[in-house]
Design a protein around this ligand. Sequence first.
Ligand code: FAD
Ligand code: NAI
Length: 464
Amino acid sequence: MAEQDYDLIVIGAGPGGYVAAIRAAQLGLKTACVESRETLGGTCLNVGCIPSKAMLHASELYHEAQSGALAKFGIDFKGVGLNLDQMQAEKTKAVGELTGGIEFLFKKNKVDWLKGHAAFTSPNSIDVAGKSYTAAKIMIATGSSVTPLPGVTIDQKVIVDSTGALALPKVPKHLVVIGGGVIGLELGSVWLRLGAQVTVVEYLDQILPGMDGEVRKEAAKIFKKQGFNIRTGTKVTGATVKGGTATLTVEPAAGGAAESIEADCVLVAIGRKPNTEGLALDKAGLTVNGRGQIEIGHDFQTSVPGIYAIGDVVPGPMLAHKAEDEGIAAAEFVAGLTGIVNHDVIPGVVYTYPEIASVGLTEEEAKAQGEVKVGKFPMMANSRAKTNRDTDGFVKVIADAKTDRVLGVHIIASIAGSMIAEAALSMEFGATSEDIAYTCHAHPTHAEALKEAAMAVTGKPIHM
Ligand code: FAD
Ligand code: NAI
């Protein structure tokens, strides 16, 4: 066989693809990465994780200053103003620094960036911007994009997806979010804090599907207290836009009388779908499953030997860190090593206030598998949370009743996203609740609430 242009070509430079390309290059493979966007970093860096966290952070600072929430600490602000253009500019700056950082890492690691859209021409060749490239192995890391809602056409002005909602030029008066999932609650929080009235329309009878039942209930209570108008068990059946106002037709999910809701902005956030269109998968001999995903084996190889797939385009949670870890493991397989991702221990975080974080099985899932013991500790009884006045939430540890091995941890707390790392590490090491309970935790920290919840699994916490 004639020599190939590359040992590995990765299609897509999101957190899955760019990480895979860098790891492959580190392992000595001649590597290229195709990306059709103007900048590297994929959904996550350009229009996902990073800009959303920038807006969440900035809007939280504004809300704290503007709402008078800091007055109890003796901090008085007068005439707090919102400069949305500046807030957006700072977000754009952070995104630019991070995407530019990936370009630097590509150069440093000698990864070639092939600019343009890739389409297969055979199992080991692709076409990019009219040029053909061959590779011994090809990895698909094309990510995902927003799932459209029939009858509600996204125009990125009045009816927007997450990308539009991250770049609104002014604070809407009334934002309706369709979908009470992660995007809806995070971006809903941003605009609520900046002064919008926010209504969340969720099809199911509770928000945050897939999360622990108790967490979902508590989260809904907290969000309602913050001012979210949450309408569960409700579906949107259509939308019309006239003169900058959208009129949505909604009705009970179970059927019933329709009504209309008016809004000057509508965010469609009902999930995301894998990106496979335009890849000419048929030329490579590949197909997708019923959910549009590319199926893979334990080594991230698809049904066609030599073609790998990772990240949002394959089954599993659509999360950046899952994509990154798969990128590293898959690159290691491509290089002839054995890569490992423990799909049972992938943390998930919703970056609202408070944050909501989980790892492992929910209580419902764990109980369906066998007998469990559950330990809970409220943030209200944690000294640091009490001192900081951020006492909303709890920590819940679920352990196997016989072996005491930790099966899942669920946290609602101001810094739950940071706290969950310890739970993930414990589970990765096969910890029991006793192991966590007998680990010395620094005082005063929010992390002590995890220790006390672990103590509550088999005995009693001290501070409750
Ligand atoms: P992507 O990041 O989607 O990257 C795929 C890349 O491939 C894209 O840049 C695309 O342009 C390119 N591409 C596609 N097809 C082709 C082609 N044929 N040729 C060339 N290039 C192509 N996850 C978290 O873990 N934490 C968060 O806080 C978080 N926040 C989010 C907030 C929002 C608003 C959104 C939308 C998502 C968020 N996510 C978050 C999810 C996260 O962004 C994704 O899980 C992650 O980006 C998936 O990585 P990936 O590499 O699989 O794909
Ligand atoms: P999601 O799956 O989290 O939530 C979608 C919600 O929309 C669900 O509650 C669903 O029941 C509801 N829904 C579906 N159809 C509906 C309809 N017709 N009417 C009303 N409600 C409807 O999806 P979302 O929020 O779009 O996010 C997509 C993915 O992006 C997430 O699943 C997550 O993997 C990723 N993400 C991760 C973040 C994080 O890790 N912090 C932040 C943002 C996104």
